[in-house]
Design a protein. Structure first.
Length: 157
């Protein structure tokens, strides 16, 4: 009778894994299989339970990182992640202290904050997207050609 319980757990875990495809229960299916085999071999219930948890933990600890790495090889960045490194135009002055700022990137409007504290980025400035935190872009002001030219002439003097 106990063997049927382990078999039922095994089947349930496999069905849940197939339904979710999230690598969440497959490790416990392996533990249930080990406990089922131990039960069929005549092992006592405490041994079966120890095997269930032991094999599940070992599978989880040693195979999950490998499997996750292989599954994430072809991971495609989301649309938001593709914005990192892009340029945008400031629609509303970015001021972290006053919690204001809006940027337009690829035709979409985003709330924005400056990467540097205390730096106010004026409207119509060009910014580079450094990161995304929640629904806010973290940006840095792009140097304009005039600033670059001024810096070059100062350095030459």
């Amino acid at each position: 009778m106990i063997a049927l319980g382990w078999l039922a757990i095994l089947i349930i875990m496999v069905v849940v894994e197939i339904a979710t495809m999230g690598l969440t229960t497959i490790w416990f299916a392996g533990g249930a299989l080990a406990a089922f085999i131990a039960c069929a071999a005549g092992a006592a219930l405490p041994v079966q339970i120890i095997l269930f948890f032991g094999v599940s933990c070992v599978l989880l600890a040693f195979t999950r990182p490998i499997v996750k790495k292989r599954f994430n090889q072809d991971r495609v960045r989301t649309n938001a992640e593709l914005l990192i490194g892009e340029k945008g135009i400031v629609l509303e002055t970015i001021d972290n202290l006053n919690a204001t700022g809006q940027v337009q990137v690829r035709g979409q409007e985003w709330m924005a904050r400056s990467r540097e504290e205390g730096v106010v980025i004026p409207k119509d400035a060009v910014v580079t997207i450094f990161a995304i935190e929640g629904v806010k872009l973290i940006v840095t002001e792009k140097e304009t050609e005039k600033e670059t030219d001024t810096e070059m002439s100062v350095k030459e003097s």
